[in-house]
Design a protein around this ligand. Structure first.
Ligand code: MSP
Length: 523
């Protein structure tokens, strides 16, 4: 596995989100995962770029806008300003760019890409009849459909949206995707971590093995989209347009140096849109003679009551419902720690509250408060120097070192839950250390002064290491802790791959509770 701690390029993306509705915690989940990876890499000295944005064309947005009595552009502008951009702050994202598919920098270069494929013979005219799901913005194969129930009895419905599909017959432009089946299979074989996790890779491989059709890439029955450059009676199929955001945002077609510097990317996507990213997208890039993505990771779904959480099924939870009570740090921590990244995870308020209390408030927050309070009480706030080390002190140093190294390796494997779990071993070890060493007892005996100072020094150093290692996840609490520890500058500027090397010096300042107790139920 590649190590990328040498200033090399790291480009991470989220899907661009449909602006037909406001964000829910499923969207915010991908965002925080990408944000933690970006922050980690930045803090390791990599040339990092984190891209997110919005998907604004297509029939779904057009219909929502029309139903609300405004133009699609007005609708998109409103949702972006009132809902999607505010989300960045709600969950404290550090994105470097935010692309909207209605921007000129995107539309012009989508046209360039398409024209290039047309000129090189990868696009032809044809006819297609099939069942289209507007929710997915995708033609469905009969095997993807279910028999409708209740209001939709007698109709075929989309398995994801549970809404009827529409039979469409159109004369369209087609992309010769079938020409890339062999090359795609070779790619999955040669680069086993191109599609992750393993279950996603298997699914994609068997899909491609079962045969690839060409792809209809234009629509002429409505006009909300990027115009096909050689035939303005057609607009580009919304997915073809949307996937290109990953390259138009980093200079494709207009800034070759920037494009060289950033591309290819690590794409994080929900498993429902894996095929678009792991099949269609690399085929498009191959046709254009561009590099395929670095890797495509399909994460699981947040389940509520056992079902994929979604607005259309009325199980949607807005991120602010959580952050208003628990704060953005707890949001970020909870979803990334409690769910094995790559698998589905059930959300419940009880579980969130329980982890907040035991892990953040009692585990980490309380540790920080106690250690700083003892330095204040026993040493007048001056971080003491260490004397002779015992095995117990050395064990803490060893865990700091292992956590620093192991967490970084887990991040390279996109095992975010494992990275946090590894760092938490240090939280637990420090809590155990304080309990065993009993600094409050040592403080009562003047002859044990040197031992007290060594214990507090070890504990402060451990806390500093934790502040650095947890800063990509607990962005706010670690900044507060760093200040209280008298750390230099901002914690986000301290090299995360050297977190264990931090040695405290100078004075501490009192620390407010990092994670105040939340007694009431958040529901
Ligand atoms: N616009 C397309 C993506 C285009 S990318 C070139 C799209 N948008 S979306 O807004 O519908 O979904 C965005 C992401 O949110 C997807 O990755 C999807 O998997 C994710 N999620 C939607 N509901 C989710 C859960 N309940 N749980 C986890 N992720 C979920 O698709």
């Amino acid at each position: 596995m590649e190590r990328m701690s040498d200033g090399s390029s790291f480009f991470v993306t989220t899907p661009i989100f449909y602006v037909n509705d406001v964000p829910h915690i499923g969207h915010a989940y991908t965002e925080v995962a990408a944000d933690v990876l970006a922050r980690w890499h930045r803090q390791r000295g990599d040339d990092t770029w984190f891209l997110t944005g919005t998907d604004e064309h297509g029939q779904k947005i057009l219909r929502t806008a029309t139903a609300n009595g405004v133009t699609p552009q007005e609708w998109a502008d409103k949702l972006v300003e009132e809902a999607w951009k505010p989300l960045l702050e709600t969950i404290d994202l550090s994105n470097d760019d935010f692309i909207r598919t209605t921007e000129k920098r995107h539309e012009e270069n989508v046209q360039k890409f398409l024209q290039h494929l047309y000129d090189t013979g990868y696009i032809y005219t044809g006819e297609y009849e099939g069942f289209y799901c507007v929710g997915c913005e995708e033609y469905k194969q009969p095997g993807d459909l279910l028999d409708g129930e209740g209001d939709y009895a007698g109709q075929k419905v989309c398995a994801i949206h549970s809404k009827p599909v529409e039979l469409l017959h159109e004369k369209n432009y087609f992309f010769k995707m079938s020409a890339f089946a062999e090359q795609l299979l070779a790619l999955y074989e040669e680069r086993p971590d191109f599609v992750q996790p393993e279950s996603a890779r298997n699914e994609v491989m068997s899909f491609v093995r079962s045969g690839l059709d060409d792809l209809s890439i234009s629509r002429s029955s409505f006009d909300w989209g990027v115009k096909v450059p050689w035939d303005e009676t057609h607009v580009v199929y919304v997915w073809f347009d949307a996937l290109l955001n990953y390259v138009t945002a980093v200079g494709y077609g207009q800034d070759d140096a920037e494009f060289e510097r950033r591309w290819p990317a690590t794409h994080l996507v929900g498993k429902d849109i894996l095929r678009f990213h792991a099949v269609i997208w690399p085929a498009m890039l191959m046709a254009a003679g561009l590099q395929v993505p670095h890797r495509v990771f399909g994460h699981g779904w947040l389940l509520v009551g056992g079902e994929k959480m979604s607005k259309s099924k009325l199980t949607g939870i807005a991120p602010t419902q959580i952050t208003d009570t628990f704060g953005s740090d707890a949001f970020r921590y909870y979803f990334l720690r409690a769910i094995h990244f790559g698998q589905d995870g059930s959300f419940s308020w009880e579980d969130l509250h329980a982890r907040y209390t035991s892990e953040l408030a009692n585990g980490f927050g309380n540790l920080a408060s106690r250690v700083i309070a003892m330095v204040n009480r026993y040493c007048d706030g001056v971080i003491p120097a260490a004397g002779d080390m015992t095995d117990a002190d050395a064990a803490i140093r060893a865990i700091e070192r292992t956590a620093t190294a192991t967490a970084s390796i887990a991040i390279d494997r996109l095992a975010i839950h494992e990275a946090i779990g590894t760092v938490w071993e240090l939280v637990d070890a420090l809590n155990g250390y304080i309990t065993e060493q009993e600094p409050w007892a040592l403080a009562k005996d003047p002859e044990k002064r040197e031992r007290l100072e060594t214990v507090l020094n070890t504990a402060v150093r451990g806390l500093g290491t934790l502040a650095v290692l947890l800063s990509p996840v607990l962005t706010k609490a670690t900044a507060t802790l760093w200040t209280a520890l008298g750390g230099d500058g901002v914690v986000q500027d301290v090299r995360i791959d050297q977190a264990w090397e931090w040695t405290g010096s100078g004075t501490v300042t009192p620390l407010e509770a990092l994670f105040p107790r939340i007694e009431t139920s958040a529901e």
